[in-house]
Design a protein around this ligand. Structure first.
Ligand code: PEP
Ligand code: MG
Length: 594
């Protein structure tokens, strides 16, 4: 955790958001896209202090000149009273005690100039905050302003940016774009906290894939944090503690230890089958976003890849991937999975997975706009390139193709025709091998597809329920909007009835069915889902062991009883409470600590 001495004394504050990728992290804030940049605690070689002091004095001179210009222009525009604000800042900046202390840290303790500025300013801000006098307390803002001014001159273009972190941080951002999230360097991101975003938005999904603790939808709070402040992220409960005191730090360090032993204990379930106490097998597959997650999925006990989201290939670079880049990614997952089923979903841009260069974010109502298979059918060359690569890779494993956002039978038929007639014919003619019997299926995530499901069964080889979008579209609640997050409820009886209907139709038509929305990673939801008849669940690799543990401690009869009662209720909240209480009763062992 390093030396937190200049941050732990600031006023502690806790904010709350939606926990979307579990875990606890304690570290220093990196505030994205504000001036609250984080200062690495760097030291300099002992013989470099004179040059460093010169650098500090130059920055000081620039800051002084800047404040004088501000003072003079303010005097002209607003008068002396307002100009005095800058006069006061000037006096603080030129205060010999401050300067002396900073220079001493550089000379005697070999602090970098930036580190010395931050250390002295933070210490004084803390002292000012503790003085019971409003006038002095207000001066904290002046100190912060001066600190930022000095740092701006010292750091210039060398400000730490997200893409070039050199040590672990807690990333705080108003919102992350899909490409920013996809390009995060996992080694240096201890946790993510965003002001915006919903429970199943792209940040949530990618953070879970990267196994980075994440809390989204906190609302405005970043202005209260400075880069380098100590932060605790409890992504199990959704709380974020800014500048925690020693007692809270200790408390969370203990929780972290318990968490580590709980995860170790869960590890024993990884390679066991997910079989209920009365012998029903549940297949647990993994959702992945990046090809290199396949290995991790196997280690975590995945019996297949139920959803390989392919948007990552487009997000990690500024251009569209070539057919060979697609092919290499799919082939590597197919080979890694060694014959286990792998469902590759064709690209699903639009809405929460916007990609600027495809023009998907300019729409007035993107969730209902050009997304998923609609975009694929419109951008034929992009779609063709991906389909060719999937088919070429199909000889290296048990690959399946799945189309997202299917809302009409016609759409599914068009997409399938492109794959089966056009692309397969092309490959045949060119003598390129592929599996002609590759299974072609669809996401069931739009209410119209649920209602019309029997009609799809003539064409679709399998169905996979996407509860993230199914919830969004059934309840008309934007999945990425923290303002309506309280209405985004997978446990809503309307959503449960959609799932139930899908299970019954798929069963009657004998079409294989799985479920791959984030709901599959929720311990309470899994019981209801099994009770409703779901037998294949695809979830984040990090949730697999917990899912298997739950399956091995419940009976199918109990799941059915819970689902039957839940689906008769009228309100999501009642269902949630009921399922939670019931599970606690039938399988208390699941709630024992450690
Ligand atoms: C879903 O909608 O539930 C799903 C799995 O797909 P995505 O989250 O990528 O839209
Ligand atoms: Mg979806």
């Amino acid at each position: 955790m390093g030396d937190n001495s200049h941050t732990v004394h600031s006023t502690m504050k806790t904010v709350f958001g939606i926990p979307v990728s579990t875990g606890i992290a304690i570290g220093k804030a990196f505030v994205q896209a504000t001036e609250g940049f984080r200062i690495p605690e760097q030291t300099i070689p002992a013989n470099a202090f004179e040059a460093e002091i010169k650098r500090f004095q130059t920055a000081l001179q620039f800051a002084k000149d800047e404040i004088i210009v501000n003072r003079e222009s303010t005097k002209i525009a607003l008068g002396q009273t307002f100009a005095d604000i800058f006069e006061a800042q000037l006096q603080i900046l030129m205060e010999p005690a401050f300067q002396g202390e900073m220079e001493a840290l550089i000379r005697n303790r070999f602090f970098s100039a930036e580190h010395a500025v931050t250390a002295v300013m933070r210490k004084n801000m803390d002292i000012f905050r503790q003085i019971d006098n409003n006038y002095i307390a207000e001066k904290v803002n002046d100190l912060r302003d001066i600190e930022k001014r000095l740092l701006r001159h010292l750091l210039g273009a060398r400000k730490e940016v997200l893409g070039q972190l050199s040590s672990p941080v807690i990333l705080l951002s108003s919102n992350l774009t899909p490409s920013e999230t996809a390009n995060l360097d996992k080694r240096f991101i201890q946790a993510i906290v965003t002001e915006q975003g919903g429970a199943v938005g792209h940040t949530a999904i990618l953070a879970a894939a990267l196994e980075i603790p994440c809390v989204v939808g906190v609302g405005e709070f970043i202005a209260k944090v400075d880069g380098g402040d100590l932060i605790i992220v409890d992504a199990n409960s959704g709380s974020v503690v800014i500048c925690p005191n020693e007692e809270v730090i200790e408390q969370y360090q203990k929780i972290q230890d318990i968490e580590t032993s709980r995860i170790e204990c869960l590890d024993s379930y990884r390679q066991l089958p997910a079989v209920t106490t009365d012998g029903t097998m549940i297949a647990i597959h993994a959702n992945i976003e990046f090809p290199n997650e396949a290995e991790n999925a196997i280690q975590r006990g995945a019996e297949g890849i139920g959803l390989f989201r392919t948007e990552f290939l487009y997000l990690i670079q500024d251009k569209d991937p070539t057919e060979d880049e697609h092919f290499e990614a799919y082939k590597s997952v197919a080979e890694t999975m060694q014959g286990r089923p792998v469902t590759i979903r064709t690209f699903d841009f639009g809405d929460d997975k916007a990609l600027d260069r495809l023009g998907t974010i300019r729409e007035h109502n993107p969730a209902l706009g050009m997304r998923g298979v609609r975009l694929a059918l419109k951008r034929w060359s992009l779609f063709r390139c991906q389909l060719r690569a999937i088919l070429r890779a199909s000889i290296y494993g048990d690959l399946h193709v799945m189309f997202p956002m299917i809302s009409t039978v016609k759409e599914f038929r068009q997409a399938k025709r492109m794959a089966v007639q056009e692309v397969m014919d092309e490959l045949r003619e060119a003598g390129i091998p592929f599996n002609p019997d590759i299974q072609i299926g669809m996401m069931v995530e739009v209410p119209s597809a649920v209602v019309m499901l029997d009609r799809f069964s003539e064409d679709a080889d399998f169905y996979s329920i996407g509860t993230n979008d199914l919830t969004q579209y059934t309840l008309a609640v934007d999945r990425g909007n923290s303002g309506v997050n309280h209405l985004f409820n997978v446990d809503d009886p309307a959503v449960l009835r959609m799932i139930w209907h899908t299970v019954r139709v798929a069963g009657r038509r004998d079409i294989p069915l799985s479920l791959c929305g984030q709901v599959g990673s929720n311990i309470f939801n899994i019981v209801t889902l099994i009770g409703l008849g779901i037998r294949t669940i695809s979830c984040a690799p990090s949730s697999i062991a917990r899912m298997k543990q739950i399956c091995r401690h419940i009976s199918l009869d109990d799941c059915k009883m819970i689902a039957r009662n839940a689906i008769r209720m009228s309100e999501a909240k009642n269902i949630q409470d009921y399922v939670k209480n019931s599970l606690q009763k039938v399988a208390p062992v699941l709630f024992e600590p450690g």
